[in-house]
Design a binder for this molecule. Structure first.
Ligand code: NAD
Length: 500
């Protein structure tokens, strides 16, 4: 079994303070592990190890194809241990084991994709304006990277950071969410088994306010990559100012999912359900804000309601479970508060809005699939990220109105729309101000395509080539093959520079 410890400089270690934390299964509150609870001193030791590995170790100096070989081995090990990883993720997050298996396949693909990219970066020859010179732009690893991930997709989010950073030749200090560290520890172990040298992958555990903040503040960290909420993102920006480190932020979203009157309604309902109830709505790109054109609104809502009533709640390992619990008691209370706010604001509750009565679910942090209709743009339930199984429906009459209203949000992570009109597809997909726009689909992401937000949903990109480039610096190398006198300073007579 993977040691329940932190991994620093190639060794499994306890917190220097000796403190530990219990990890809880949100389905039944069973304690599934006890892990070290690190603090700033542990984070500093990990940064120092990464610094040594980057400044003097072999990893950044290997060829891209050598690094790619290690990452390919890691992808194979993740596939080998897929079942163990999926079970760990389900026990740690409550999501169904089917979902966790699907996550693990995607994670192995991410490492394979970046293994493939590691030897593709050949730089660029620049057309120099000066004769007898060579001008090259080359990419180099950015250095030591602090990486902070959230609890909703613990290993998936971590892999979006680890794989491109390692492919580029960086050394990393990963800090998973303090409540969901288990799969990240397992992959840290697999990275060592894949032959990645000591000090290149370090994993520290502990609270964001100390361990995370130390990574963001450290002058020995060259880049901080963070996925989490907007408020924490703001703190990271401030903390990073000290040494002006590079920042990549993947923050929250409130993502409009628009259904035009000419759409295939049953198909749109099917995807709307997936868009919002996957992992009980705890997805940054959840389509929690449905906007439906008035001529199909009632039919759409009826179809949505009848399918929502059949969603089966349960344990992640139980046959037939479609939706698991929320991550924690605290988060359940937040989602409950939002349901109350929606009612106070005048939204019409059509289903759910509370915890389930089923005694079998009593110990879990469950909330019923919830539908509010008659919603308007100014309601908090429409504007703010709930991160739970609550979907709101707004009615609209025309295309321009739909786009304007969809864009009327502080966030800009993702949006989707359904139509059969090819002209509208082009117009609307360009007019929506979001980092991803799905047309006749929802919540699709894969290794090859960039992912990230406009506006308050963040800065920088993960996945795809853009995700790799985040972890590189561009260096310009300029060579003069035949230097001739310039004679600008201090020359005399004929040699003097004439200023021309
Ligand atoms: P969070 O912001 O509370 O925590 C995220 C991580 O940051 C955790 O590891 C936490 O320990 C750490 N952290 C907390 N305070 C910190 C500080 N002061 N300095 C440094 N690190 C700190 O978020 P969460 O509740 O774990 O995750 C949910 C949020 O993540 C949602 O808002 C969701 O939208 C967002 N998210 C975004 C994406 C995306 O791709 N855009 C993906 C997944 C989740």
């Amino acid at each position: 079994m993977t040691p329940r410890k932190m991994y620093v400089d190639g060794k499994w270690v306890d917190a220097r303070s000796g403190k530990t934390r219990e990890i809880i299964n949100p389905f039944d509150q069973e304690v599934i592990a006890r892990v070290p609870e690190g603090d700033r001193a542990d984070a500093r030791a990990a940064v120092a190890a990464a610094r040594r590995a980057f400044d003097g170790g072999p990893w950044p100096r290997m060829t891209g194809s050598e690094r790619g070989g290690h990452l390919r081995r890691l992808a194979r090990l993740i596939r080998r241990d897929r079942e163990e990883l999926a079970e760990l993720e389900t026990r740690d997050t409550g999501k169904t084991v089917e979902e966790s298996r699907w996550d693990m396949d995607g994670i192995a693909d991410i490492f394979d994709y970046y293994a493939g990219l590691a030897d593709k970066e050949s730089g660029e020859v620049i057309a120099s304006p000066f004769p007898r010179t060579t001008s090259l732009a080359v990419r180099e690893p950015v250095g030591v990277c602090g990486q902070i991930s959230p609890w909703n997709y613990p290993l998936l989010q971590a892999s979006w950071k680890m794989a491109p950073a390692l492919a580029a030749g960086c050394a990393i200090v990963m800090k998973p969410s303090e409540i969901t560290p288990l799969t990240t520890l397992k992959v840290t172990e697999l990275a060592a088994e894949a032959g990645i040298p000591a000090g290149v992958v370090n994993t520290v555990l502990g609270p964001g306010a100390t361990v995370g903040a130390e990574l963001a503040e450290s002058h020995d960290v060259d880049l901080i990559s963070f996925t989490g909420g907007v408020e924490t993102g703001r703190k990271i920006i401030q903390a990073a100012a000290g040494n002006v480190k590079k920042i990549a932020l993947e923050l929250g979203g409130k993502n409009p999912h628009i259904v035009f009157g000419d759409a295939d309604v049953d198909m749109a309902v099917d995807y709307a359900l997936n868009g919002v109830f996957f992992h009980a709505g705890q997805i940054c790109s959840a389509g929690a804000r449905l906007m439906v054109q008035e001529d199909i609104h009632d039919r759409f809502v009826d179809a949505l309601l009848s399918r929502m009533q059949r969603i089966r709640l349960g344990g992640g390992f139980e046959e037939g479970t479609e939706m698991g619990p929320l991550i924690s008691a605290e988060h359940l209370e937040k989602v409950e508060r939002y349901a109350a706010i929606a009612r106070e604001e005048g939204a019409r509750l059509r289903l759910g809005g509370k915890r389930p009565d089923d005694p079998a679910l009593r110990k879990g942090f469950f909330f019923l699939p919830t539908l509010f209709t008659d919603c308007t743009d100014d309601m908090r339930i429409v504007r703010e990220e709930v991160f739970g199984p609550i979907v709101t429906v707004e009615k609209f009459s025309g295309e321009v109105e739909a786009v304007d209203r969809a864009n009327n949000t502080d966030y800009g992570l993702a949006a989707g729309f359904w139509t059969r009109n090819p002209d509208r597809i082009h117009r609307v997909s360009r007019a929506l101000r979001f980092g991803t726009v799905w047309v006749n689909d929802f919540n699709v992401y894969f290794a090859q395509a960039p992912w990230g937000g406009y506006k308050r949903s963040g800065m920088g990109r993960e996945l795809g080539r853009a995700g790799y480039e985040e972890y590189t610096e561009i260096k310009h190398i300029y060579q003069n093959h035949d230097p001739r006198p310039v004679n600008w300073f201090g020359a005399t007579g004929d040699e003097a520079h004439d200023g021309g």
